[in-house]
Design a protein around this ligand. Sequence first.
Ligand SMILES: Nc1ncnc2c1ncn2[C@@H]1O[C@H](COP(=O)(O)OP(=O)(O)OP(=O)(O)O)[C@@H](O)[C@H]1O
Ligand SMILES: [Mg+2]
Length: 153
Amino acid sequence: MTMRRLVQTADETRALGAALGRSAAPGDVLWLHGELGAGKTEMTKGIAAGLDCREAVSSPSFALIHEYLTCRLPLYHVDLYRLEGAAVLDLGLEDYLEGLGVTVVEWGERLPADFFTDGIDVTLTFVDDDDARRITLAPRGPAGTRWLEECHE
Ligand SMILES: Nc1ncnc2c1ncn2[C@@H]1O[C@H](COP(=O)(O)OP(=O)(O)OP(=O)(O)O)[C@@H](O)[C@H]1O
Ligand SMILES: [Mg+2]
């Protein structure tokens, strides 16, 4: 089951993220794909809101991983943009992916596709020059399927 949305504003992207945050279960993983500025971090802000996080989410580009621990479930926000080649394999990402929090990965395509075979792949693409984005959500495995089925805006 693939879900497709056409959103017109950053608020709408965050609202979709919030719906995912509300329906997230321990161990869920979201793989975010899209060009620079497509809205991956905006969507992560929505997920944090849907998880009732009290901290503000910022871009983790420099830290690689931000942990938000004031939420309904721990939220791990990972950004692999700056990593190349084998460095992504040495991060210890498995500990997050197999843990009981919710892991959101920007630029997950830096990892081999079979590194982790569950979660939801979310792709954001620009539409024209304005704020519109096409958003596609596709489960990678059973946990992703459950998450998407229970996600209601
Ligand atoms: N529909 C939309 N959805 C998301 N963001 C939007 C939308 N329309 C405009 N924006 C704006 O686009 C920018 C998206 O930035 P964001 O940091 O989320 O991108 P990103 O995909 O995480 O980029 P990067 O690869 O650099 O991390 C924000 O400034 C946001 O306000
Ligand atoms: Mg980002």
